[in-house]
Design a protein around this ligand. Structure first.
Ligand SMILES: NC(=O)NCCC(=O)O
Length: 388
């Protein structure tokens, strides 16, 4: 029997914490400044109802000189079963996401980001090559990029489209890549996943290597954006480099399951937003994906056919330390958030984390620590000196 999943942490707080305490609990958990809930545009609300996805919209606190943009995040389940033809699986997702993008456009979204490898099941757990490698497409002119170009032009919004990329220029190798499409419809470029997991059933290193595009930041019409794909969120230096390159918003398109990472999820993007003075956006897929053939997790337990529950819970964290509530843990959703990019500079001037970061100190120390003959700087009590 399928396990009953908790709908959302916020629903549980709202249901069980008495109103008198709830405000204070939320202030402590979600941040000092209260978010404003935005009215859902009627037509967008109708699409969400008809298509059965959650639509939540908020405005984050404003600075003295606001430079507001609206971010949209989409989290979703796969539609077709994993043994359907590849083209059917991709097509069904194209249709679904186009409808959600329509609701995003009606909600005034300027920059829209989908989840990691959004055109496919997260099949890397299986270690099988066929049919999963057939989901790979050219970042520059694959069918998914073409669709996103249409969406970008039609809705005048920047689209960040994370896909499994096939790089024809370099022998057709695969990458885990986010394609950035301008609101004009032009492909601005791509950003590849820098850190590939070797944990749990995330057997991605069987398929593609660590990315080689560095920490590109894209100057779009609606602000400077970077993309730190999934497992990269466990690496503070990865987050930091997008900040150093001037990002005002960093997206973290992800695919991660409850048993592995859920306690880390609300913390990591939020810490990154605070430490780097930018907005950080966590996006995670939802649902349980089942495969035809059993696979093992290398833990002595029985072989199984599913990856476990992808818990959604997409959210946006502000440089001021606050965050939005998460989307559902079980349902498809669109999170629309109006953010003020000027908050990045305002908070940087207030807290001075960038100014006080001492990067030159760490640059030298980290460089030395990678040398073969490096000696760790540990101080021993004299009597224990034989431990050296
Ligand atoms: N997609 C991916 O990198 N997942 C790894 C697991 C995690 O980072 O939570």
């Amino acid at each position: 029997a399928e396990k009953m999943e908790l709908e959302s942490v916020e629903d549980t707080l709202n249901k069980y914490i008495p109103p008198a305490e709830l405000t204070e609990v939320k202030r402590i958990l979600y941040g000092p400044e209260f978010l404003r809930t935005l009215q859902i545009e009627k037509q967008a609300g109708d699409i969400a109802n008809n298509e059965d996805f959650e639509l939540a919209a908020y405005e984050m606190p404003l600075s003295q000189n606001p430079r507001q943009v609206k971010i949209g995040l989409i989290q979703n389940k796969i539609i077709s079963p994993t043994d359907a033809p590849v083209s059917t699986q991709i097509h069904s997702l194209h249709e679904r996401i186009s409808k959600i993008a329509e609701a995003a456009a009606l909600s005034g979204v300027n920059i829209l980001c989908m989840q990691e490898a959004w055109t496919m099941p997260f099949a890397f757990c299986t270690r099988e090559k066929i049919p999963w490698t057939d989901f790979a497409e050219s970042a520059e002119n694959g069918a998914t990029t073409k669709l996103c170009q249409e969406l970008a032009r039609k809705h005048n919004m920047v689209v960040v489209s994370p896909i499994l990329e096939r790089d024809e220029t370099h022998g057709g190798v695969l990458w885990n890549t986010a394609v950035v499409i301008s609101n004009t419809g032009a492909v601005m470029g791509k950003s590849r996943k820098n850190h590939i997991p070797r944990v749990g059933d995330f057997n991605e290193s069987t398929y593609y290597m660590e990315g080689n595009t560095g920490h590109k930041v894209f100057q779009t019409s609606f602000g400077r954006i970077g993309i730190n794909i999934c497992y990269g969120r466990h690496h503070p230096l990865n987050w930091m480099m997008y900040g150093i390159n001037g990002a005002e918003i960093v997206f973290n398109p992800s695919a991660t399951v409850g048993a592995l990472s859920e306690p880390m999820w609300p913390i990591e993007a939020r810490c990154a937003a605070i430490a780097n003075h930018y907005y950080a956006c966590g996006i995670n897929r939802v649902g349980t994906e089942t495969f035809s053939n059993e696979f093992t997790s290398g833990d002595g337990k029985k072989a199984h056919k599913d990856f476990g529950h992808f818990y959604g819970s997409s959210y946006i964290a502000s440089p001021d330390g606050s965050r939005t509530p998460g989307l559902s843990r079980t349902k498809d959703g669109l999170l629309v958030v109006a953010v003020d990019l000027n908050i990045c500079q305002e908070i940087s001037d207030k807290w001075c984390f960038r100014m006080t970061a001492r990067h030159e100190l760490y640059a030298d120390a980290i460089k030395q620590s990678t040398e073969l003959d490096y000696k760790r700087d540990i101080v021993y009590e004299n009597s224990l000196s034989f431990l050296h």
